[in-house]
Design a protein around this ligand. Structure first.
Ligand SMILES: [Zn+2]
Ligand SMILES: [Zn+2]
Length: 231
C-alpha cells in the first residue's frame, strides 16, 4: 500500500490516478484502450491471430478440444501487465484482466452454453514460489461474475522433467504425465471451458481436455488470455 501512496500516477500514461485505480496502478482510460483480438480473423482451432482459415500451426494437428479462444495480443502493454503478475508477483494487477473480461458475454463468444470452467492447474512448485495461483486468481472471480461453476477437478504433479532437450512428441508425452484427475466426478454430457494464461503448443490444453473427456464431458473449449506464436 505504501508504494501506491507514493506513486499515484498511471504506470502507462502518467495521469493522476483516482482512488479506485490506485490498487492496480493503471487508469481506467488505459484499461479501456486495451483491445481484444479479432476472433473472426483468428484460427478457428488454435486461435493464432490473423491467419484466417489457413493456419500454419495447426492445419495438420488434431486436438481433443473443440476450439481455443485467445483474447489478447501477446505484446504491448497488456503483455507487460501480465508479466508484472507472472514474474513480479503483482497479484493486484489481475484486476486489470477482471475489468476487461467482465465485459465479455462468454457464452456468445463460444457459441454454446458452458456448464463449468476448469482451470489448468499450476505446478505446486510454481505456486509456492509465486505465492498465489495465477490462473485461479485471473479466472475464479470472473467465473462467478459469469455465473458459471469453477471446478478445480484437475491436478498437477509436484515434480516433472525439464522439457528443454526433448523432441516435440516427447514433450507432448511428458506434459501428458504431469496432469491427473483430482476428483472422480461424473461430468456426463457437460460442456467445459478450460482456462489458462497462455496457449503455446496446445499440449497442455489437449491433455486437460483428454482428462475431462474421461469424466464424461461432451465438449471441451478453451479460453486463454494469450496465444504465443512459436512459428
Ligand atoms: Zn493511464
Ligand atoms: Zn491454428
Amino acid at each position: 500500500m505504501l508504494k501506491l501512496l507514493i506513486e499515484p500516477y498511471c504506470e502507462l500514461c502518467g495521469r493522476e490516478l483516482a482512488y479506485s485505480e490506485l490498487e492496480t496502478g493503471i487508469c481506467e482510460n488505459c484499461i479501456n484502450e486495451i483491445k481484444f483480438l479479432d476472433l473472426d480473423n483468428s484460427c478457428v482451432k488454435c486461435s493464432l491471430p490473423e491467419v484466417g482459415e489457413n493456419c500454419p500451426y495447426c492445419r495438420d494437428l488434431s486436438f481433443v478440444f473443440e476450439r481455443n479462444f485467445s483474447l489478447f495480443d501477446y505484446k504491448g502493454s497488456i503483455k507487460n501487465i501480465f508479466f508484472e503478475i507472472k514474474f513480479n508477483q503483482s497479484k493486484e494487477k489481475t484486476k486489470v484482466f477482471h475489468r476487461l473480461l467482465e465485459k465479455l458475454d462468454i457464452e456468445e463468444i463460444i457459441g454454446m452454453k458452458i456448464d463449468l470452467i476448469v482451470p489448468v492447474p499450476s505446478s505446486p512448485l510454481v505456486y509456492f514460489k509465486r505465492g498465489f495461483n495465477l490462473v485461479n486468481e485471473m479466472f475464479k472471480p470472473i467465473s462467478s461474475k459469469w455465473g458459471i461453476e469453477f471446478l478445480e477437478v484437475l491436478g498437477r504433479k509436484f515434480f516433472y522433467k525439464s522439457q528443454k532437450k526433448l523432441s516435440k512428441s516427447e514433450r507432448a508425452k511428458e506434459i501428458a504425465k504431469q496432469f491427473f484427475v483430482r476428483k472422480k466426478v461424473d461430468l456426463s454430457n457437460k460442456v467445459a471451458l478450460i482456462v489458462d494464461d497462455v496457449f503455446t503448443t496446445g499440449n497442455t490444453i489437449n491433455t486437460c481436455a483428454t482428462l475431462l473427456r474421461s469424466l464424461g464431458v461432451l465438449k471441451v473449449y478453451s479460453l486463454t488470455l494469450f496465444r504465443a506464436n512459436l512459428i
